[in-house]
Design a protein around this ligand. Structure first.
Ligand SMILES: [Zn+2]
Length: 401
């Protein structure tokens, strides 16, 4: 006869308030449905926000054809740049205004999504990007946004945040508002086949980090955990295959869905110390986000795992992904989790220590000061200040044992 747990042993669940999510359309080739989907949200004149690489890859052509076939006018903005600034948003806004658009299609990586969202803020609510830095600053409804990611990583298609840098001060502004969330997210894994290997590696590691960090934040709930666990299972088991056999569409599908679920987890749980430590590395040394996060994640996992409840949460993640057995100790689960992250980083061919990236040790105090000020540091399950960040950076200097 099976034994049932004693009710007294069952952990109490935290309350949550489930926010809306985009309509999620997933499947190989489904980006050709964008016309029908744009029409379903009332679109007649669509602003297509993308970059030159996506045009060359042929994806913009497929999307334009589908929109036109459904009777929509297409107003293209094809000049998205990486890490968009207020100047990029202004340029896109001018095209949107001149085209009198009534819906927006963001096609590409995180930068296309951010440019599309930033434009939506200003087009519908006026003012400048700085006015929306923070949470819920927009008062008027926005145009329906359709997000079509071509990378598997940021999960921006599931999030209500636009990240736009101030053109003058270079300050990255996170502008969050539920109204800017995409109405429809179209996940077509075929579009991710065109990702260059380095992009697939960096965005893939980032998605894994999103799943791991969201699983333990102070804001996590059962709902966010469901997304974190499934995201980690999909990404941690698939990224190696994507890196070694890039043409495997089935692996690409799992990775893209995992990255979107990880994005949904961020939307509900925020991030932690690995992202807080990574941001100054990107800002000061130009280290690519996914590489910076991947380097900082193992020391952060070990640091957080000192708390028994967090250690158990990491172990649960490892068990759910098949990296450990439920009868293994939590310590064993944590080590398997760390090893998987380190193995993926090694397989990706990305530098594995700050020394390898030529970061100077003298920079650590300043980096730690900045990391401690990052918003995401506040959601880390174990309290992190300047002294703790110094320790985390020190560990990231040494290559894996
Ligand atoms: Zn990230």
């Amino acid at each position: 006869m099976s034994t049932f747990p004693n009710p007294a042993d069952l952990a109490r669940l935290d309350a949550f308030d489930m926010a809306g999510a985009p309509r999620l359309v997933f499947g190989s080739g489904c980006s050709s449905r964008v016309g029908e989907l744009a029409k379903s949200v009332g679109g007649t004149r669509a602003l297509l926000v993308t970059d030159a690489g996506i045009v060359t890859a042929g994806h913009a052509g497929v999307v334009t054809k589908s929109l036109s076939a459904a009777g929509l006018e297409v107003v293209p903005f094809l000049k998205v740049r990486e890490n968009p600034t207020t100047r990029d948003v202004d340029a896109c806004l001018a095209v949107a205004r001149a085209g009198n658009v009534d819906c927006i299609v963001g096609l590409g990586g995180g930068s296309s999504m951010d440019t599309a969202k930033g434009t939506n803020f200003l087009l519908t609510n006026g003012g400048r990007m700085q006015d929306y830095w923070g949470v819920g600053k927009a008062t008027k409804p926005m145009l329906p946004l359709i997000a079509i990611p071509t990378t598997a990583g940021t999960g921006s298609e599931m999030q209500c945040a636009a990240l736009i840098a101030d053109e003058v001060t270079h300050q990255k502004m996170a502008c969050l508002d539920p109204k800017v969330l995409a109405r429809v997210a179209i996940l077509d894994p075929e579009l991710t086949l065109s990702q260059p290997p380095r992009v697939a590696a960096c965005t893939g590691i980032d998605a894994v980090a999103h799943a791991v960090e969201t699983a333990v934040t102070t804001k996590r709930t059962e709902q966010s955990l469901a997304f974190s666990r499934e995201a980690f299972r999909l990404c941690a088991s698939t990224l190696a295959r994507v890196l070694t056999v890039p043409a495997d569409l089935s692996a690409r599908s799992r990775m893209q869905l995992g990255a979107a679920f990880a994005g949904a987890a961020i939307e509900r749980s925020m991030l932690g110390a690995a992202h807080a430590a990574a941001n100054p590395l990107t800002a000061r040394f130009g280290i690519v986000h996914g590489n910076a996060v991947g380097l900082m994640l193992p020391p952060v996992i070990r640091f957080n795992a000192h708390l028994p409840s967090v250690r158990a949460a990491y172990a649960e993640l490892a068990v759910h992904a098949g990296l450990a057995e439920s009868f293994d100790s939590d310590e064993c689960g944590v080590e398997r989790l760390v090893k998987r992250v380190e193995d993926l980083l090694q397989l990706s061919g990305l530098p594995q220590s700050l020394a390898e990236l030529r970061v100077r040790r003298e920079a650590i105090p300043a980096l730690a000061e900045e990391a401690a000020k990052q918003w995401t540091a506040g959601f880390n399950p174990r309290s992190v200040g300047v002294a703790e960040f110094v320790g985390l950076y020190e560990q990231a200097f040494e290559p894996r044992a």
